[in-house]
Design a protein around this ligand. Structure first.
Ligand code: DON
Length: 304
């Protein structure tokens, strides 16, 4: 399969497509990113990288960080985390509060905001230096030290994070948050502010294509069973209330963020990342979704 040609062709086709999306504006700092950025990268388990466009430029990973957080939390505390967060799709927007009261402060899954905030709480209780240990974990998965938080994005989110604060407060009232509210929000915003390139994102997700083992040094990070479960959770919940559509049209487990990145995984073969900041109505990259749909159609890749 000539992956480079497929990616080049997709890049050239979709670069000129009328992008109906809108850049996320609820975090003012994210609005500053040029809406024309467009990158695609495919990284295979046998260490081949194929890219087009802005695939080596940093983007704000936002909610894609929720997968790293869950992975680290599962490593630290194991399956008891599932007592505090579920694995069902929410069918609601990523920041919706409505289910949380009915379901007594137990978030539907770890990839909506409430679920990720519980995961942050678990990390704070189980790590000595949560921020630096989290960043080092992401660096290790990627095999790169050149990965940092963006303090301006953190400050921007903190200033406007009223709904996230509401989530933590509500969960604290149900005793599903153990640490101080501001400490939990702080770690969450730092995680979301991490900047990585499409190529780094593809590399960092390869453990989920490789049964939990880092391909570059063969170190096992998580068990086969945990890797399978994280993929299953991404498949069902990774694109929020568009996860069904993503399974239907793309057919791979994936995770999106409001910075416009989407990562998708084909177990045993590759990870593919797209970046285009304009988002559709569900908060997922408009072009990224279309490119992934076309890519899996052309290459006939799917987990199904
Ligand atoms: O909590 C927030 O609003 C953001 N920092 C993360 C949201 C996000 O990326 C959801 N994605 N599609």
């Amino acid at each position: 399969m000539d992956y480079q040609k497929i990616i080049d062709d997709l890049y050239l086709t979709y670069k000129n497509v009328d992008d109906k999306g809108k850049v996320a504006s609820y975090i003012p700092e994210l609005k500053k990113v040029s809406s024309n950025k467009f990158g695609i990268n495919l990284f295979t388990l046998n260490n081949q990288s194929y890219g087009a466009g802005n695939y080596q430029e940093k983007l704000s990973i936002q909610s894609i960080s929720k997968v790293f957080a869950l992975t680290l939390a599962l490593k630290k505390v194991g399956k008891k985390i599932w007592k505090r967060v579920g694995v069902e799709p929410s069918g609601d927007p990523f920041n919706s509060l409505v289910q949380l009261e009915f379901e007594k402060g137990i978030p539907r899954n770890p990839f909506i905001n409430s679920g990720a905030l519980v995961v942050c709480d678990v990390l704070i209780s189980s790590l000595k230096n949560p921020k630096s240990e989290f960043l080092n974990f992401v660096r290790k998965l990627t095999n790169s030290k050149d990965i940092y938080f963006n303090e301006k994005v953190v400050a921007s989110e903190k200033k406007h994070g009223f709904v996230n604060a509401a989530h933590v407060n509500l969960m604290k009232s149900f005793k599903n948050i153990k640490n101080e509210i501001d400490v939990v929000l702080d770690l969450y915003y730092y995680m979301c502010s991490i900047e990585m390139t499409c190529e780094e994102l593809s590399k960092s997700f390869l453990i989920f294509a490789n049964d939990g083992v880092l391909p570059y040094n063969k170190e096992r990070i998580i068990s086969l069973s945990v890797s399978k479960r994280i993929n299953a959770t991404m498949q069902l919940c990774g694109l929020y209330d568009e996860a069904g559509h993503f399974a239907f049209k793309v057919g791979l487990p994936g995770k999106s963020g409001v910075g416009g990145g989407i990562v998708a995984i084909l177990p045993d073969l590759y990870c593919i990342t797209t970046w285009s900041p304009k988002l559709n109505k569900k908060g997922n990259s408009y072009l990224g979704f279309k490119v992934l749909e076309e890519f899996t159609t052309i290459t006939q890749s799917s987990i199904f």
